[in-house]
Design a protein around this ligand. Structure first.
Ligand code: F6P
Length: 329
């Protein structure tokens, strides 16, 4: 078979390790691999990876030394054209023109919405790999890139804690995650934050101020509040204004980490997850599977239909929230 592989949506550390695994496992199974650059848009534009011999196929050596690299060698995009009916039909025509039998997209919920739309018109197989820092997909305990994004955010928190402690200040640190509080919760717990503001829980300003007053009375010199970008209270800047109006007992500063969390070399956990899922996706293609995402639940590899990965909100672990509250003393 000719297997097309591409990355789509926001890049995530570990996408390259996943690509390496897909290419090597698929070639070992006897398939030919076509690297599609710039996601769905690249398919529409016939933008394919070309190897050192000038051929539009990926070889074993095309993915050498890739595991340690952040970003994505195939680049990524969010395609407006592919969202249209005409764009999806064009994608089907391109897949036929280039004799592609199966696709392995690496991306998040937008990528899998696209895969479902494509599957309505195209008879080929599609198996996805979850590549997003947000960890907002059901069907896998963790997505590729999440562990690295948390690592990066925790490193920032550790640095800020030094300054917060020196100046007896409170820092509000806004982290990514679109509609999910996963990055915020893991960052807060690992970084020893006193408060976390998530879209999954109500952010009650008077309660937070009351808690801060108790902490100050107990001699706390520095405070870290991690805010998820999707928090219903409106983000770190607004929360800061509201805390100050409600009598926050600390001097405050605000920092938004933004895209800093998306880049950088993947941590080993992400490389291993990406390698396992890439290999598993290639195997699933060989076995004739389609319409599903490769994931790991309780250390076991599993396929989940695309629609089940995004139809419901993935809840954050309640016991971790409780633990953070207990330790914020
Ligand atoms: O989905 C990954 C993510 O980084 C989200 O956390 C964030 O909301 C979004 O992408 C940002 O998108 P963009 O890179 O297009 O600004």
């Amino acid at each position: 078979m000719r297997v097309g592989v591409f990355c789509s949506g926001g890049d995530a550390p570990g996408m390259n390790a996943c690509l390496r695994a897909i290419v090597r496992s698929a070639i070992t199974a006897g398939h030919e691999v076509v690297g599609i650059r710039r996601g769905y848009q690249g398919l529409l534009d016939e933008d394919f990876y070309v190897n050192s011999n000038g051929e539009a196929v990926m070889r074993l050596r095309s993915v050498s030394n890739l595991s340690k690299l952040g970003g994505t060698k195939l680049r990524s995009s969010r395609s407006e054209e592919f969202r249209t009916e005409a764009g999806q039909q064009k994608a089907v025509d391109m897949l036929g023109k280039h004799r592609i039998d199966a696709l392995i997209p690496i991306g998040g919920d937008g990528t899998f919405h696209g895969a479902v739309a494509l599957a309505r018109r195209w008879k080929g197989q599609i198996i996805g790999c979850p590549g997003t820092i947000d960890n907002d997909l059901l069907g896998t305990d963790f997505t590729i890139g999440f562990a690295t994004a948390v690592y990066t955010a925790v490193e920032a928190l550790d640095r800020l804690r030094d300054t917060a402690e020196s100046h007896e200040r409170l820092f509000l640190v806004e982290v990514m995650g679109r509609h999910s509080g996963y990055i915020a919760l893991y960052t807060a717990l690992a970084g020893g934050a006193e408060v976390v503001a998530l879209p999954e829980t109500e952010t009650n300003v008077p309660h937070i101020v009351q808690h801060l007053q108790v902490l100050k009375a107990r001699g706390k010199k520095s405070i870290m509040i991690v805010v998820a970008e999707g928090d219903e209270a409106g983000g770190a800047e607004l929360l800061n204004d509201n805390l100050k109006s409600a009598g926050c007992p600390f001097q405050t500063r605000v920092l938004t980490l933004g895209h800093l969390q998306r880049g950088g070399s993947p941590v080993p956990d992400d490389r291993i997850l990406a390698s396992r899922l890439g290999d598993f996706a290639a195997q699933a293609i060989t076995e004739g599977e389609t319409g599903a995402m490769a994931g790991v639940i309780n250390h076991r590899l599993i396929l989940t239909p695309f629609t089940d990965t995004y139809a419901k909100h993935k809840p954050v672990p309640e016991e971790l929230l409780e633990l953070l509250r207990t330790l914020s003393a």
